[in-house]
Design a protein around this ligand. Sequence first.
Ligand SMILES: *Cc1c(COP(=O)(O)O)cnc(C)c1O
Length: 319
Amino acid sequence: MLAAGLKPGDEVITTPITFCATINAIIHTGAKPVLVDVEPDTMNIDPVQIQAKINHKTRAILPVHFAGRPCNMDALCDIVQQHDLKLIEDCAHAIETEYKGQKAGTFGDFGCFSFYVTKNIVTGEGGMVMSRSEEDAARIKILALHGMSKDAWKRFGDEGYKHYKVVECGFKYNMMDLQAAIGIHQLQRVEPYWQRRQEIWQTYNEAFADLPIELPPEVEAETRHAYHLYTVMVDEEKAGISRDGFLNAMTAENIGVGVHYLGIPEHPYYQQTFDWKPEDYPNAMRIGRQTVSLPLSAKLTDEDVEDVILAVKKIIKHG
Ligand SMILES: *Cc1c(COP(=O)(O)O)cnc(C)c1O
């Protein structure tokens, strides 16, 4: 956000269906997050509604490729060009994501990846920023290591001690070599893990086809889904059980479940700070109140997948 040049008073347009980190990263620069509701089916930011939120303070658009499904990048890139905005992609779910043959994270000025333990590859903690320009990449490196001039990374190298200069007030946001050593070996697992998650995804789709719950929409043509999350929607009127009832029942069956995500305007901090109301983002509100993420990991055995299916079918009766 800082490398994108964001300053207090600027506005950044983003989605209410995301992890709080997306929003907090904007706030930490002093800029103001501005939410635009998601599409009801893809759960990604709705480009059609962005136009109405753009004003003279708008500096950037921050889309999230939710669950690994690419956003409508043609539409987003058009808007960004038209209004001369920065584009920062949150690719935390999107290591494998592609849109019309192009990798997520390469459309905008920055693509931001997470290697936190819940993601498709992990380094314990850590992540990666890709940038279009060398200059931006250099700024990120400086900001990530106390604001020391860029050679500071090599100051204890084999070629002897290198002087550094502090050129701005930076942070301690560097990844450790230890973490990188884990991460570099995870890279070769990206494809086989993705294959296995796709298989599980399809098994779930077939198993749940007749149940009165909403399944993830088909993967759009000319895109690649990262299959990071498998989310179903539990509408109490149709399913005969509330979303939270379903979460509890699954837990009682010893199946781990998650919620991605309660809409951002549901949280007290954002309500108090920005006066956001869930009702103003109806699609996000419905998704946040109905969605459940089922186990989706390459490490699930066929028996694990069968356990999940049996539990869901026990709890949700045919319509
Ligand atoms: C996990 C996640 C983040 C934060 O990543 P960290 O590496 O934990 O900081 C940001 N955005 C989304 C959508 C995420 O899922």
